[in-house]
Design a protein around this ligand. Structure first.
Ligand SMILES: [Zn+2]
Length: 688
């Protein structure tokens, strides 16, 4: 069966007949929560300073993000739906149909493909929240009907395991092999179910997720070290805690807490899964960067509910370690394809193999950077939760940095080709053979990133605003509208007009509001200086401070407007000298955008490795509406050294070289490699 061919047969009654009593009770109050909740619903989270806005309350209306949301709606979701019907690449949805007994065949694809399919479902649901597209809604209902049929009566659902068991493979047993990624898959099911419910008010997917969570409650009643091995790539902490927020069923919070503490039972753990030492003793980011960032996001979710000070202490220390020693200038995470950790430790018996992993402090190679799109999305998920706990702008600075650079770089401007890794430098030839493509492709065997990118773009408007009892936080700038209600009761409508990120002028207009005073809090990014705020054309008294929220509190009235000006000159950046790979090099950044130099923008015959940047380089800003769907390019004069033949030569005596002046054009890093195979570098040597 093709996705969406048949109208859904199953509706609430049939779905719910298999659910726990608490689910029935929850349904009585469910409509109250349907539309006012965002991706992460902190309405009742005791240790959250902020609440999110509803999935349909914040919308992109015009400009950079509206264009990307439009691409997501018109191209990314439909093309991924086709791919996930079950193609030559892999089966995805077909695995569910076979498990449900609706199609013939056997399991095909990676063990984590169920989770990737749920991410797609989540992204499509988030689009639905804004567009209310009936055809898409019916398509999702059809899919969910099949998922319900595929689920075992006890709540277990994992097509790879179920189909291999049915095929007679006696080695396949639920939660026996961590590489089956059952927790990862079910975690994404739960998150997708919460988003789907909040988008549609329908409980069909939520019923499946609750049944699966009930299965986990029963299965993990008595923790064992063997069970604890299954807690890898932990999307499940985020998923289970969100399910708790959704249903207010305390069993789910208990389950999340139990699974988190169960990590300590792992015998001979390692850094790859962050279980060498207990979480509360960890103060550095180690191991597989997707698994790490998902774990940190999950721990932050637990903190939001429990206020556990030990969790927060580790999270705060790990965060400082990441942003001061282990994160790329693009917000990317994970320096290594493969390595050992803790590398160079005195305690050699502690050293284990890691892959797709954070490296040592200041170990940030550019050509071999892993910087997996999922790890960079994980960085967003983690920092978003840290922000909700604190209201601190430093976490939103990271969200913005990662979104504009190492997250968006994961997809092509056509919406159908994807990177798995996001290197900061590519040369021809490469100095090493690397297992993942240096060009975006429609499919990679590890298909975790593409649907993750789809859901992130689909949900991006939800990060743009947040609220507290008497404040609206404007976190991200972009043409948008917000219609929400403050917890105190007043409804507020505002609009945002801007060409951000191409310039830093933003106008926010109050379209409607109540009579009560409230604060409009504007994020002043850490990269700007000299920002100004005008309210109804009058300069605000205080000067905005970069890296903080600028508060404008008053009794607003409809028609009031605020003009924010964030100067964003092109800047030459340098790295801490302990980052060997960036020593004596500079990168170009303008506003939130990191730029790069790509070979199509160089004269013929000039290679990326020949280009040097003068310290006083003057860069001219120009908007080119025809290039790469419209971008601001930065143009200037650089230097090029004569081409040299290094073939077969590792070292030679340094030779005086005569540089020639060349014209260069920098483009935003997130849109590189959209003009065919190319060389590219973010960091370039400084000429003096
Ligand atoms: Zn991935």
């Amino acid at each position: 069966m093709k996705i969406g061919r048949k109208r859904a047969q199953t509706r609430q009654g049939k779905d719910l007949s298999r659910c726990a009593l608490c689910f029935f009770l929850w349904l009585l109050v469910a409509p109250v929560f349907a539309t006012e909740s965002g991706l992460v619903d902190t309405t009742s989270s005791r240790f959250a300073k902020l609440r999110t806005v509803g999935l349909d309350e914040a919308r992109w209306t015009r400009g950079f993000w509206a264009n990307r949301f439009g691409l997501c709606r018109k191209q990314m979701v439909p093309s991924m739906a086709r791919l996930m019907e079950g193609t030559n690449y892999s089966q995805f949805f077909r695995n569910f149909e076979i498990t449900a007994g609706l199609a013939e065949g056997k399991s095909r694809g990676a063990t984590f493909n169920d989770g990737d399919f749920y991410k797609f479902l989540e992204g499509a649901s988030a689009v639905l929240a804004v567009t209310n597209d009936l055809a898409l809604r019916e398509k999702l209902d059809d899919i969910i009907t099949v998922l319900a049929k595929a689920q075992e009566t006890n709540g277990y659902l994992d097509t790879w395991v179920q189909l291999h068991q049915r095929a007679g493979d006696t080695n396949v047993v639920p939660f026996k092999n961590p590489e089956d990624f059952e927790m990862y898959n079910l975690g994404h099911l739960m998150t997708a179910a919460c988003v789907h419910y909040r988008a549609t008010g329908e409980t069909n997917l939520l019923a499946i997720a609750c049944k699966a969570a009930d299965f986990l409650c029963e299965t993990f009643k008595d923790p064992t070290p063997e069970f604890a091995e299954n807690l890898i790539c932990p999307s499940h902490y985020m998923g289970i805690v969100e399910l708790y927020r959704m249903t207010h069923d305390a069993h789910y919070l208990d389950l999340a807490k139990k699974l988190f503490s169960m990590r300590d039972l792992v015998i001979d753990g390692g850094d790859d899964n962050q279980d060498r030492i207990p979480f509360e003793q960890q103060d550095e980011a180690e191991g597989h960067a997707v698994r790490a960032n998902y774990l940190y996001a999950g721990a932050a979710d637990l903190f939001l509910e429990t206020g556990d000070a030990n969790l927060w202490q580790s999270l705060a220390e790990i965060w400082t370690n990441v942003v001061t020693k282990k994160m790329y200038i693009t917000g990317g995470c994970g320096a290594l394809y493969d390595g050992a950790s803790p590398d160079g430790s005195k305690e050699q018996k502690h050293i284990t193999r890691v892959h797709q992993s954070y490296g040592r402090n200041f170990q940030l190679p550019n050509t071999t950077a892993y910087s997996e799109t999922c790890a960079n999305i994980g960085n967003v998920l983690w920092n978003w939760r840290m922000f909700l706990a604190t209201g601190d702008a430093k976490f939103m600075d990271v969200v913005e940095l990662a979104l504009y650079n190492s997250v968006l770089s994961g997809g092509a401007v056509d919406g159908t080709n994807f990177f798995y890794t996001n290197p900061l430098r590519v040369t021809d030839p490469l100095p090493a053979h690397l297992r993942w493509s240096r060009q975006r492709v429609p499919f990679v065997s590890s298909f975790c990133c593409p649907p993750n990118l789809v859901r992130t773009i689909a949900e991006s408007a939800n990060y743009a605003y947040a609220k507290s009892a008497d404040s609206i936080f404007v976190n991200l700038y972009g043409g948008s509208s917000l219609q929400t209600r403050l917890p105190g009761g007043d409804e507020i409508k505002l609009s945002q007009e801007t060409d951000y990120p191409w310039n830093g002028r933003v106008r926010i207009k109050i379209e409607a509001c109540g009579k009560s005073e409230f604060a409009l809090k504007l994020r002043i990014p850490n990269w700007t200086s000299g920002a100004t705020v005008r309210i109804n054309d009058s300069l605000a008294e205080n000067s905005p401070r970069p890296g903080s929220y600028f508060e404008n509190r008053r009794a607003w009235k409809a028609g009031d407007f605020v003009d924010l000006d964030l100067p964003m000159p092109a800047r030459l950046m340098e790295a801490n000298p302990l980052v060997e790979e960036d020593l004596n090099q500079v990168a170009v950044q303008r506003g939130p955008m990191v730029y790069c130099l790509e070979s199509p923008d160089l004269s013929p015959g000039v290679k990326i490795s020949d280009v040097l940047i003068p310290a006083e380089m003057h860069l001219v800003t120009r908007y080119d509406r025809r290039l790469l769907d419209g971008i601001v390019v930065l143009e200037g004069k650089a230097l090029a050294r004569p081409a040299a033949d290094w073939n077969g030569t590792l070292y030679r005596e340094s030779q005086p070289e005569k540089f020639k002046s060349i014209n260069v054009r920098f483009i935003p890093y997130c849109v590189w490699q959209n003009r065919g195979p190319s060389e590219m570098s973010v960091w370039l040597p400084r000429a003096n």
